[in-house]
Design a protein around this ligand. Sequence first.
Ligand SMILES: Nc1ncnc2c1ncn2[C@@H]1O[C@H](COP(=O)(O)OP(=O)(O)OP(=O)(O)O)[C@@H](O)[C@H]1O
Ligand SMILES: Nc1nc2c(c(=O)[nH]1)N=C(CO)CN2
Length: 161
Amino acid sequence: MALAYIGIGTNLGKKEENIKTALKEIKSLPDTRINKVAALYETEPWGYAEQDWFLNTVCEIETALTPESLLEALLQIENKMGRVRSIRYGPRVIDLDLLWYEGEKRQEEKLTLPHPRITERAFVVLPLLELWPEAEINGVVLKSIAEKLRQEQGIKKFKNL
Ligand SMILES: Nc1ncnc2c1ncn2[C@@H]1O[C@H](COP(=O)(O)OP(=O)(O)OP(=O)(O)O)[C@@H](O)[C@H]1O
Ligand SMILES: Nc1nc2c(c(=O)[nH]1)N=C(CO)CN2
């Protein structure tokens, strides 16, 4: 079994329900279990300002799926939940990012590991640190950048699930 972290985000419709539905879907993937889920955070839109705030979290899973089949499964969950692709970094019912998979590295457009924008995003770094306080991504110790990201980007803990 491999350890992996998935970033979950939503800013359309019933956001908390969307996160719960996505977690249910992840839980029912073959040979996969959810170990822990971070708190839900209300977060300022990153990358494209003209949209509602997001609700974000991160979950830790163990899975026997390969990184490629896990990503494929996550994209299928997004489609099933009605995700429509339009504006880059724009509004979405659900966004599932494969953040990290057992230290694996990939450099393809279809799958980059670790996810290439983790260290720029408070909405990923803060929930990820709850689950993995010693996290280090491509040589960056996340704990060391968390405070700066928290000050620069709007982020509020909303609730524990
Ligand atoms: N680690 C990864 N996790 C999720 N998708 C990835 C990853 N690496 C590459 N991709 C590819 O990125 C494509 C576009 O993803 P998506 O539309 O969710 O981007 P985005 O959410 O707008 O931006 P971001 O990836 O910065 O969150 C997906 O089809 C997928 O193949
Ligand atoms: N706060 C926040 N901003 C975003 C998010 C997200 O999940 N949370 N996802 C995006 C898609 O890449 C773009 N911007």
